[in-house]
Design a protein around this ligand. Structure first.
Ligand code: GDP
Ligand code: IMO
Ligand code: MG
Length: 421
């Protein structure tokens, strides 16, 4: 495949950064198509660990063209901090992407505080309010942001409205001059990278370049197909790539669904297979399951194939990349959810209503675990028999072939089973 989407199939943090970086070794272009710095993508190679939030995971390779597409919301301050850590890179930022401003962050915090026990547990990065402004047509696009007069006038007008809203929510209002003077400097930093990335990307495609589209979050956090309202404000699905990048849908050749060998979730919202025993803590420590962006401990659950089939249906998954398999070594018995019980009925779908979803009780199959350390394994055949059975069962239950599996955070701890890109 020449144009492949890397999609998170669960609740984010599946290892999309690692898999994108791995595949990027044979890519020409890497495109981030949605989300903002709510994402945290970890890339590890040559003894170094990088946490990327806004920048595409191809940024560490100077031969790759990186695009931040129109579907993203970009916090210019976070961008300036992140870009300072990378040395040689090629980057293009869409003139149609939207800007996250300090009032978005304050509003995100204020809404969450007021929601009390029904809060979403957002990352407090202002993502929801920024996308809401885009939809309400009161957002500031990159193209306006980099024209100082235009930015000044748009911001002035908007901050009058936003300060009224902040005050009514009991938050402090923000000072226009302070925000403008700080952000106009970030605009100067961003300006050299800004262009029509749809135009650029379509040209790359005409030139037959290999393109990876890097999703943020995961399908279960999709605004449309996730566990609403406990979701993010964009669509991580492969289906969202064309609109979020400005290419024709039929130019995509497939989607690689990145799947943890178990489940995790950070923030609020139900996870049917959540493990409440001490085992969750064991897995959390072994898998280093703490948020890349917020440092919050991630909740841990058994693998849920109802979720994976849902992701396959609503997003399209041509292949799976199964990550963090090494973390399951040493657990005697492994469970995989195959369906849910909802009010006495067996169901094979994710209910749309959050109360119905909350009442779902998973039906499990149980598989024997393995005790061996698998972090140095280099092929499927080298895996202990029970680990092979675990992967084969996962693949059969989702009815998608596994193309890659991963046994550690390092780029080298990645095993390609099928040559897909
Ligand atoms: P992303 O948001 O999908 O890019 O995932 P994150 O980077 O937020 O979280 C995945 C975490 O798992 C990171 O700390 C990775 O370094 C780590 N990781 C990725 N693949 C593996 C693996 O196969 N084994 C282990 N032990 N860690 C992994
Ligand atoms: P990556 O790309 C895991 C979660 C938040 C919260 C919900 C809404 O690293 O996989 P938001 O700040 O987006 O309004 O929060 O979504 N969330 C993520 N969870 N990984 C992410 O990104 C996430 N981005 C947002 O915890 O529950
Ligand atoms: Mg992450």
């Amino acid at each position: 495949m020449k144009r492949l989407v890397v999609v998170g199939t669960q609740w984010g943090d599946e290892g999309k950064g690692k898999i994108t970086d791995y595949l990027a070794q044979s890519a020409d272009v890497v495109v981030r198509y949605q989300g903002g710095n709510n994402a945290g993508h970890t890339v590890v190679f040559d003894g170094n660990k990088y946490s990327l939030h806004l920048l595409p995971s191809g940024i560490l390779n100077p031969k790759i063209e990186n695009i931040m597409a129109n579907g993203m919301v970009i916090n210019p301050k976070a961008f300036s901090e992140e870009i300072a850590k990378v040395k040689r890179f090629n980057l293009h930022i869409s003139n149609r992407a939207h800007i996250v401003l300090p009032y978005h962050i304050e509003l995100d915090k204020a809404y969450e505080a007021l929601k009390e026990d029904v809060k979403i547990g957002t990352t407090h990065k202002g993502i929801g309010p920024a996308y809401a402004d885009k939809s309400s047509r009161i957002g500031i696009r990159v193209s306006s942001f980099i024209q100082e007069h235009k930015f000044h006038d748009e911001l002035k007008h908007l901050m009058e409205i936003k300060n009224k809203e902040l005050k009514s929510l009991g938050s402090e209002s923000l000072d226009f001059d302070v925000v403008f003077n700080e952000y106009k400097e970030y605009a100067k930093l961003i300006a050299p990278y800004v262009k029509d990335t749809s135009y650029l990307l379509n040209n790359y495609i005409k030139e037959d370049k290999k393109v990876l589209f890097e999703g943020a979050q995961g399908v279960m956090l999709c605004l449309d197909h996730g566990t609403y309202p406990y979701v993010t404000s964009s669509s991580p699905t492969a289906a969202s790539v064309p609109v979020n990048t400005g290419i024709a849908p039929w130019l995509l050749e497939g989607a690689l669904g990145v799947t943890k060998a178990y489940s995790t979730r950070v923030g609020e919202g139900f996870m049917p297979t959540e493990i409440k025993s001490e085992l969750a803590n064991q897995i959390r420590i072994k898998g280093n399951e703490f948020g890349t962006t917020t440092g919050r401990p991630r909740r841990i659950g058994w693998l849920d194939t109802v979720v994976l089939r849902h992701s396959k249906r609503v997003s399209g998954l041509s292949y799976l990349a199964v990550t963090l398999l090494d973390v399951l070594s040493g657990i005697d018995e492994l469970k995989i959810a195959i369906s849910y019980d909802l009010d006495g009925q067996t169901i094979d779908y994710v209910p749309s209503d959050s109360d119905d979803f909350n009442r779902c009780k998973p039906n499990y199959i149980k598989l024997k675990g393995w005790s061996e350390d698998i972090t140095q394994v280099k092929s499927f055949e080298e895996l202990p028999k029970n680990a092979q059975i675990y992967l084969n069962t996962l693949s059969e239950l989702v009815d998608v072939d596994i193309a890659i599996f991963s046994v550690g955070p390092d780029r080298k701890q990645t095993i390609r089973v099928k040559d897909i890109f």
